[in-house]
Ligand binder design. Sequence first.
Ligand code: COA
Length: 259
Amino acid sequence: MEYNRILLEKRGGIAVISLNDPDKLNAFSVETLRELLCVVRELETDAAVRVVIVTGVGKAFVAGADIGHMRGLNALEAIEYATDTTDVYDVIGRSKKVYIAAVNGFALGGGAEFALACDIRVASAKAKFGLPEVSLGILPGGGGTQRLPRLVGSAKAMELILTGKIIAADEALRIGLVNQVTEPEALMDTAFDMAAAIVKNAPIAVALAKECIVQSGQLPLEEGIGFEKKLFGLCFSTEDQKEGMAAFEEKRSPRFQNK
Ligand code: COA
């Protein structure tokens, strides 16, 4: 499929999705969201891609949902629009691939939620984060009220969502909203380094470990530990477990085959 609002590149097991509507600060138009859903679904069918980096062209990552579009929506249309975003995040959450948000600038409202839906976040020192929906008479509708407290705790989530304030990258790092902050020009290299460190590991083990961590947000501790134990056991049915442990004992690098 041809994309008008996003760019897709692939390099050695790593795909980069760049939101490309810089004049509108990559705000989530219906067209952008439709393309985003298509591209994440398309990537699901490409087993060679192990890590997906998402970023924005220009000074924004994503400046949020498209306010011009939202202005005229009725309640049911608003739910449908929110579902256009959560459909994308559902694919990301269920994906065997690891999603890294490389947050280059404004990540506001839906943009912050998009970053939250990714597995790992690295940010440029110029990035700004916020969920200013209440200043527009709405609330975050793309998972923000659910994912933010799970990541930073309910007190910080309350503060950010109820004040709608915008915070800088260093504050986002301090509260655990992002994993790492880099100089702006080093952002993509940092994301690629992180992606490369993931790609060198056993693909099935990485995918199962991600699944366990995703489940930790949903399961009571005892059930989560039971779930983890089963997936731990499943690793022992893979060739890559045998290869990883043999390589360790033979003091060489493993050659994982995704089997
Ligand atoms: N929806 C629709 N259009 C948006 C947008 C959004 N969320 N965010 C930015 N834009 C548009 C602006 O309307 C402007 O379009 P125009 O040139 O046709 O007037 C263009 O993007 C550039 O934005 P501008 O406001 O001129 O840039 P800035 O650098 O002065 O300010 C922001 C940047 C991010 C602070 C400001 O754009 C902003 O507050 N955006 C809305 C953020 C928001 O509330 N997001 C949550 C939505 S739920």
